[in-house]
Design a protein around this ligand. Structure first.
Ligand code: NAP
Length: 480
C-alpha cells in the first residue's frame, strides 16, 4: 500500500526522516518548515561561541561521517553547514516546503488533514513530528524588560547588527549557552556582567583542533570514522548512563572533575565561593567548557549574584539597589521545553485535542506516540533521552523503531497505529518512579523538571533505550 508522509520540521530529525523514508522505499513525503532555511536549533542559535558539547564525530549521522570536522567539539556554523550539505547531497532540499508552518492537523477518515499558516492544505497517512525540544525561547519574568534603552535579545535570536566591541554587556543566565557566550565575548567587550541566579558546575573539556594531516587521514580511511563514531558512542553512552544512577562511579568521577576544576582554576576565594554550586554536579544539565573559568576571571568580567530587582532604561538594578549600566542585555534564559509541536492544533481520533491529552503535561509512550493520535510519531518527543546523549543517535534509533510500525501500515496488517492508554500509563508510572532516582532529581531547579519536579527524561541507561528501540512490543499498541 502506498503511504503519504508529512514531516514537521527540517532540523536534524526532519532531514534524517526524509533520508530514511527514501531508503525504506517511501517517496511520497513533504517536509514542512516554518523558516526559510533548514537546520533547526543550528539555524536559530548563532550566538558567539556556539558549539556542540557532544563530540562532532559522534554528533553526525551514522551514515554520513564527516572527515572535515575542525574540532573535537565543532562550532555551530560548521554543524549548520553539515546538515545543509547532507540535505543537498541526499536530494532532500526539493522536498522541503519552506515558509510553511503547519498550524493544524486533524485525524479524520483514517488520514491526517493538515493546514499551513498561509491556508494551504495537505493530507497524509502518517505524520512525523520532528519539531525539536529546545526551540521556543523562554523570556524571564523580569519587571521593566521592555524599558531597556540598549539592545536586548534572547540568545536564540542573536542580533548580529549590534556591536559588542567596547560595549557594556549583561548576560542573564548561567546555562550552557551563557557559558559559551561569556568565553567568546569577554575579550571583545568593555565590561561583561554575568547575572547568576544559580551557580553551575563546569566540567573541564578540552577542545583540540584536528590537524590537516588528521583530516586527510580520515578522508583516506573512512572506515576510521565509522570506528570513531562507534567508539565515541560507547564512551558517551557509558558516561551518560551514569547520570541515571545518582551514586554511580561515573557520577562520582564527574563530580570530582568539576570540583577540581573549580578549586584549581578559580583563584580568588571570594569568586570561587560565588561560583560554587550548592547541589550535585550534573543535577542541572552538565555544562562543559574548556575556558569559562579563565573568561570569568578576566578584569572585564563580573559575576553578579545579587538578585535582579528590575530592568531600567540604563541597565539592570539588583536588589542591593545597585544599577549595572549596560549597552546590551542578552537573555540566555533557556527554552520552554514543554511545547513540542505546539502551538500547532492537533486533533486525534474522535475529536480528541492534544491540548486535552496533554492538559497536565506532555507524555507519550516511549516518547514517540500518544494514545488517541494514530499514525502520528514524534522524534525527540516528551520524556526522551535528553540528558547529555547525542540527540542524533536518539533520533536514528527512534526512527528505526517508527519505521517498523510504519511497515505494518504499508503491508496492510494495520490501518491505524497508536499506543494503548494502559501501556502508556504503565510506562509513565515506571518512568516517573525511576526518574526520581536519577541525578536530575537530586535537588536543584532545571529545565529537566516537569511541573511536579519530576525529571522529564528517559531515566534508564542508553543501552536500555537502544534495546527498547530495537523492536516495538506490539501488545502495547492498538492496531486497527
Ligand atoms: P538553561 O540551561 O535553561 O539556562 C537558563 C539560565 O537562565 C539559567 O541559568 C537560569 O537560572 C537563568 N534564568 C532563567 N530565568 C531567569 C530569571 N528570571 N532571572 C535570572 N536568571 C534566570 O538554558 P540554556 O543555557 O540556553 O541551555 C538550554 C539547553 O540547551 C542546555 O541545557 C543544553 O541541553 C542545550 N545547549 C547545549 C549546548 C551544547 O553545547 N550542546 C549549548 C547550549 C545549549 P537558574 O539556573 O537559576 O534557573
Amino acid at each position: 500500500m502506498s503511504l503519504r508522509f508529512a514531516i514537521l520540521g527540517a532540523g536534524m530529525s526532519g532531514v534524517l526522516t526524509a533520508i530514511k523514508l527514501r531508503e525504506a522505499g517511501f517517496d511520497d513525503f513533504t517536509i514542512y518548515e516554518k523558516a526559510d532555511r533548514l537546520g533547526g536549533t543550528w539555524r536559530e542559535n548563532t550566538y558567539p561561541g556556539i558549539a556542540c558539547d557532544v563530540p562532532s564525530h559522534l554528533y553526525s549521522y551514522s551514515f554520513e561521517p564527516n572527515p572535515e570536522w575542525s574540532h573535537r567539539f565543532s562550532p555551530g556554523s560548521e554543524i549548520q553547514a553539515y546538515f545543509e550539505g547532507v540535505a543537498r547531497r541526499r536530494g532532500v532540499l526539493p522536498r522541503i516546503r519552506f515558509g510553511a508552518e503547519v498550524t493544524r492537523g486533524t485525524f479524520t477518515g483514517g488520514r491526517w488533514r493538515l493546514e499551513t499558516k498561509d491556508g494551504r492544505r495537505d493530507e497524509a497517512d502518517v505524520v512525523i513530528a520532528a519539531t525539536g525540544v529546545l526551540h521556543h525561547p523562554k523570556l524571564p519574568d523580569i519587571e521593566g524588560l521592555d524599558t531597556f534603552a540598549g539592545a536586548l535579545f534572547h540568545s536564540a535570536r542573536w542580533d548580529h547588527a549590534v556591536q559588542l566591541e567596547g560595549r557594556r554587556v549583561g548576560i542573564v543566565g548561567t546555562g550552557s549557552t551563557a557559558v559559551q557566550i561569556t568565553s567568546a565575548i569577554v575579550e571583545r567587550v568593555a565590561k561583561l556582567s554575568l547575572f547568576q541566579r544559580t551557580a553551575q558546575w563546569i566540567m573541564p573539556q578540552a577542545n583540540p583542533a584536528y590537524s590537516e594531516a588528521e583530516r586527510a587521514e580520515f578522508r583516506r580511511h573512512p572506515e576510521r570514522l565509522d570506528q570513531l563514531h562507534a567508539e565515541l558512542g560507547q564512551l558517551f553512552a557509558a558516561f551518560a548512563s551514569g547520570l541515571v544512577d545518582a551514586n554511580s562511579p561515573q557520577m562520582q568521577a564527574i563530580e570530582a572533575a568539576c570540583r577540581v576544576n573549580l578549586e584549581q582554576n578559580v583563584h580568588d576565594p571570594v569568586l570561587r565561593e560565588k561560583l560554587r554550586p550548592s547541589y550535585r554536579a550534573a543535577c542541572k544539565r552538565l555544562v562543559m567548557s574548556p575556558d569559562f573559568y579563565d573568561a570569568i576571571q578576566k578584569p572585564s568580567a563580573e559575576v553578579v549574584t545579587e538578585g535582579i530587582e528590575r530592568v531600567e532604561p540604563a541597565g539592570v538594578r539588583t536588589r542591593d539597589g545597585r544599577l549595572h549600566e549596560l549597552d546590551v542585555l542578552v537573555l540566555a534564559t533557556g527554552f520552554r521545553v514543554d511545547r513540542f509541536m505546539r502551538p500547532m492544533q492537533v486533533t486525534g481520533r474522535d475529536g480528541l485535542e492534544l491540548e486535552t491529552a496533554w492538559k497536565q503535561r506532555p507524555s507519550a509512550y516511549l516518547s514517540i506516540s500518544i494514545p488517541g493520535f494514530p499514525n502520528l510519531f514524534m522524534l525527540n518527543g516528551p520524556n526522551g533521552p535528553v540528558g547529555n546523549f547525542s540527540l542524533i543517535e536518539v533520533a536514528e534509533l527512534q526512527l528505526g523503531y517508527i519505521l517498523q510500525l510504519v511497515e505494518r501500515l504499508r503491508s496492510g496488517r494495520a490501518g491505524e497505529i497508536s499506543p494503548s492508554e494502559e501501556a502508556t500509563q504503565r510506562f509513565e508510572a515506571e518512568r516517573t518512579e525511576a526518574a526520581r532516582h536519577t541525578i536530575w532529581g537530586s535537588g536543584c531547579r532545571s529545565w529537566y523538571l516537569d511541573d511536579r519536579g519530576v525529571p522529564a527524561s528517559w531515566p534508564w541507561t542508553f543501552d536500555r533505550f537502544r534495546a527498547e528501540m530495537s523492536a516495538p512490543k506490539l501488545e502495547a499498541y492498538e492496531l486497527s
